[in-house]
Design a protein around this ligand. Sequence first.
Ligand SMILES: Cc1ncc(COP(=O)(O)O)c(C=O)c1O
Length: 401
Amino acid sequence: MKVYLDNAATTPVDPEVLAVMMPFFKEKFGNPSSVHYQGQEAKIALDRARVEVADFFRVEPEEIIFTSGATESVNLAHKGLIETFQKSRVPACQAEKPHIVTTSIEHKAVLETCRHLEKLGWAEVTYLPVDRFGLVRAEAVERAIKPNTVLISVMYVNNEVGTIQPIKKIGDFVKKINLSRPASGAPRIFFHTDATQAIQYLNCDVSELGIDLLSLTGHKFYAPKGVGLLLVKSGISLVRQQDGGGQDHGRRAGTENVAFIAGLAEALKQRAAGKEQEAKRVKELRDRLAEGILKKISGVVLTGHPEKRAPHIASFTIRGVEGEAVLMYLADEGIAASSGSACAAGDLNPSHVLLAMGVKPELAHGSLRFSLGKKTTIREIDYVLSVLPEIVVKLRKMAPK
Ligand SMILES: Cc1ncc(COP(=O)(O)O)c(C=O)c1O
């Protein structure tokens, strides 16, 4: 039996998404910047996709920038914004560098971008700690704000442990603080969230949540790899990070990937239909898996928040085994899972997320993540429950005392 439980790493392209994309590789191959018929046909498709995506988020089409994925979106959001502040003559920023508040459990896309800005000397960054469930307190984010804070970047759902962060609370106080900022001369604070693991199942209404910038990548929700978007609320100016042509209103140079963008728009539409029902179904399967594992295997701890967690992620530490070894044995049984982030696969250091949550390094080496998707069935879950306990017993017997 083949069981794919690594949907947080990537998902297959939906047949409906592929069908929408196909014409743009063949008869509708035009460059949307060309004035002729083929070009205009592609431009119409691009504009339509932008409107559809904007409708999904209930924003204006001009507030969507298509990118190659969440990594690029995050880079553009952080570097673009900080560069704007570097260039501007906001008095508070002349004395001090612009300040970013983020968390220690962000995806590397955010952490490395922040470190890069620190190295350049362009920004000062606060990396907030999290509790043992991987949760950052909204109050701690608020307390970290300084007069030179210009950006708060907190991921919506952690990709390794599934913990949902208090996005609305943060958005609400950012709105409130911004109301009083002009009087003090301090710059406005912008709120960015990496919604990559949230988009399928959680509310992503940016106005309701108070989000100014949102990043995501298509391949986590059945669109292809290599396409994503950055949502930027109007009035926010970002220095573009790719120089070249004037595409995307001068905000991102390079010929638009029309086929993939059309696919991304279709994938969002597909996910929006029946979202709550699917979230409920996946959550029930995830709970069956988590409860089964905790019952059948000793020395296992569920990592992440027990309730505030995305429906599709079940993650654990298993005492006395190496996560990578469990993965290999699972693969032999036809089961695909992960030891955490796909980007860190092959990296023998324990996960920065688990360490930030206070998990001891020796235990963090025994991490295992199952991430469910729209094709996951109860039969598959029960199959995992039937093979995993034996694998753990075998590996524990083999482990040096
Ligand atoms: C939370 C999160 N952010 C960002 C990314 C980066 O996405 P991409 O590699 O498609 O740019 C990922 C993918 O693993 C992710 O899970």
